[in-house]
Ligand binder design. Structure first.
Ligand code: GAL
Length: 357
């Protein structure tokens, strides 16, 4: 089969060289050649996917890694996975090695939305398409962006906390500013809170990003928020469960944990345990199994040169990136069982084990 394709390709090239096609539309032979033959994967060869990850530090990324490998292998694709531990230079080097190693398509979770633009450029030079996974790469010709609707994540968080605290002082514990998601999440939070702010019902008395999404940085920031406001904080919105966990530690140091509503994201096990224990109000559940299944399928399609249709696009500062945004779900003590537990994201035993101690 491969041989036939080469022969057909060779034939086509010869045709192009002979200017046959040029005669049809009057273009220079050179241009013609390029357009006709993208380096698609041979039908009989397994598609090789490169999965370049920022980190495995948060619980969810371990799930992303394992579920993505399973989903891709179910499609008979090979997967090469590398995690850069939050190191931009390492992520670029790892992706370059994958490109030189012969991947057919690159799936990337950028640590730094800007710095990874260089990787997209390199991949395209090698004729390899790029899917931005969960986080957008900025200012580059990304072929596809697949994530959860991050603005909706922020809206779900703010709605839950505003229901619990319609008036008072809020602390906002944002995520890592290098991550494009944090700006979308915060926009969603303000979509919901702004009217209450304008009415003077609530004040955001503290608002800081958390470098590298580190729980210890979030704990430090929350302690600073409490100190600067004489502990007069009535609600906390944290960009994910890891930072919510840090903030709750700072609240506990002041004997305030369980008294102040706190929002998080990711439905981490520790967060689910805090929700049933009453020290965290809610989290946002993003069924990773849906994301990995979709991206694995799309990656194989792109590697085979098939066209992918999307219903929305997201502007990344350079282009309107064709996008697929999946729906997140707000989770609290009431619906934890028929969402996170029902899906097998965590088992009931795991979630309630802390309460049994
Ligand atoms: C975000 C992601 C969140 C969160 C965070 C920290 O981009 O959407 O789910 O986990 O990264 O890694």
């Amino acid at each position: 089969m491969k041989q036939i394709q080469c022969r057909i390709a060779g034939l086509l090239m010869a045709l192009v060289a002979a200017g046959m096609l040029a005669a049809c539309d009057g273009q220079e032979p050179e241009a013609q050649k390029e357009k006709i033959l993208p380096p698609e994967t041979g039908q009989d060869e397994a598609v090789k996917i490169g999965f370049s990850m920022d980190t495995l530090k948060e619980e969810r990324w371990l799930k992303d890694r394992d579920l993505f490998r399973q989903a891709a292998e179910k499609l008979d694709a090979e997967v090469e996975i590398a995690a850069a531990n939050g190191d931009d230079a390492l992520q670029i080097a790892q992706a370059e090695a994958m490109i030189q190693g012969g991947i057919d398509v690159l799936v990337i979770v950028p640590h730094n939305a800007e710095a990874t633009a260089a990787i997209v450029h390199k991949a395209h030079e090698a004729g390899i398409k790029v899917i931005a996974y969960d986080r957008l790469v900025k200012n580059a010709d990304v072929d596809l962006y697949v994530s959860f609707d991050n603005e909706q994540v922020g809206e779900l968080q703010a709605r839950a906390i505003l229901d619990a605290v319609p008036k008072g002082n809020y602390a906002y514990i944002g995520g890592a500013p290098t991550d494009n998601n944090v700006h979308l999440i915060k926009k969603g939070v303000l979509n919901v809170l702004q009217p209450a702010i304008d009415r003077g019902d609530i004040q955001i008395v503290y608002d800081e990003w958390t470098d590298d999404w580190a729980p210890e940085n979030a704990q430090h920031n929350m302690a600073e928020a409490l100190r600067a406001n004489g502990n007069q904080i009535d609600a906390v919105i944290a960009a994910n469960d890891a930072t919510a966990g840090g903030a709750i530690k700072a609240l506990a140091a002041q004997g305030m944990n369980g008294e102040i509503p706190v929002a998080g994201q990711d439905a981490e096990l520790a967060a689910a345990q805090r929700i049933v224990a009453g020290t965290q109000t809610m989290t946002v559940y993003k069924p990773i199994q849906n994301l990995t299944a979709q991206v694995a399928e799309l990656a194989v399609q792109l590697a085979k040169g098939e066209e992918v249709m999307t219903s929305v696009s997201v502007n990344n500062g350079k282009t309107e990136v064709p996008s697929i945004l999946l729906a997140p779900t707000a989770v609290n003590a009431e619906n934890l069982e028929n969402t996170v537990i029902a899906d097998g994201f965590h088992s009931k035993e795991e979630v309630y084990q802390e309460l049994k101690k």
